[in-house]
Write a protein that binds this ligand. Sequence first.
Ligand SMILES: NC(=O)C1=CN([C@@H]2O[C@H](COP(=O)(O)OP(=O)(O)OC[C@H]3O[C@@H](n4cnc5c(N)ncnc54)[C@H](OP(=O)(O)O)[C@@H]3O)[C@@H](O)[C@H]2O)C=CC1
Ligand SMILES: CCCCC/C=C\CC(=O)/C=C/C=C/C=C/[C@@H](O)CCCC(=O)O
Length: 328
Amino acid sequence: MVRAKSWTLKKHFEGFPKTSDLELKEVELPKLKDGDVLFESVFLSVDPYMRPYSRIYMKEGDIMIGSQVARVVESKNPTYPVGTYVVANSGWTTHFISDGKDLRLLPSWPENIPRSLALGTIGMPGLTAYFGLFEICKIRAGDTVLVTAAAGAVGSVVGQIAKIGGCKVVGCAGSDKKVAYLKQIGFDEAFNYKTVGSLEEALKKASPDGYDCYFDNVGGEFSSIVLNQMKKFGRIAVCGAISGYNDTVPQKGPYVQIPMIFKELYMEGFIVSRWNDRREEALKILLRWVVEGKIKCEEHVTEGFEKMPAAFMGLLKGENLGKAIIKV
Ligand SMILES: NC(=O)C1=CN([C@@H]2O[C@H](COP(=O)(O)OP(=O)(O)OC[C@H]3O[C@@H](n4cnc5c(N)ncnc54)[C@H](OP(=O)(O)O)[C@@H]3O)[C@@H](O)[C@H]2O)C=CC1
Ligand SMILES: CCCCC/C=C\CC(=O)/C=C/C=C/C=C/[C@@H](O)CCCC(=O)O
């Protein structure tokens, strides 16, 4: 018999998540029926969306939403023999039983590439960067692209894909260590938004002519300031608004209309799942870029399933450089 440990939402988050909002539970899993597969989670992901989505899609007592790279440990389903790796959406849990639906088999995976990247650069965050840049920002060689939360899972891939596409890339991040990392992976300009005296001046210094594209991961006041630094007909991909996910009272303006009209900007929000039908095609390209060394991947790995709440809170505080991953 296998006992599964799971982190459940004891109480909906109010403001910044607290350890006491989550509860670790243990249950004995039943025997497998025909068609069933028993998985153990090998790597789990913590992502910013879990904060707003928990309020919308979960009730108290549910297992926290999330995805993992998992390995088959017992199988009564010929599609998933023992040892097979998949990406699943089974939440914060060490073990789970699946009937084989809604799983994504890892494609042939090179020996030297960590499987955890299927939760990062070669997974949902990488796809977010890819589709946001090509489908919303519609990048062209010679564009100047600005990205926020630039040293994180999505932002670091945004910058590197934009460089592959022949763009000039400017990144903002919340520590000097992150800024040094951005320069190391090829960003043309990078600055620490927490320590520059004036965001407006820092943006102007990094690109005196302004920005063709803005890949917005943070929203809020920062993005209001960016709007005025866009070039005429600039394109803005509204990907995330992490600066407001823990707010109990929604942030107020300045509002977007005046710079949008004056600069004739294009701004579109998106959720990565819009392009699910092109997922495999894009993952192949991302995997190829990683294998060729055109995209470098950094991971912020927390060891131990018990530490998952701390890893989640750390992500929301900006402790991660690269993709935040939990190794069970
Ligand atoms: N639309 C979509 O389909 C998707 C959207 N997203 C969004 O993309 C964004 C980045 O996600 P992801 O790459 O996974 O996460 P990251 O790996 O970038 O981690 C989050 C980072 O956000 C930064 N941050 C935290 N609080 C603030 C704040 N108040 N102001 C500015 N920055 C802050 C921190 O970096 P720093 O130290 O630089 O502050 C932190 O490291 C999120 O907004 C997320 O919701 C992600 C996936 C899909
Ligand atoms: C109510 C406010 C909502 C604000 C926007 C919040 C979040 C944006 C965001 O971060 C969205 C992320 C969506 C992620 C979806 C993930 C799942 O499909 C799981 C993917 C797992 C996988 O296949 O790798």
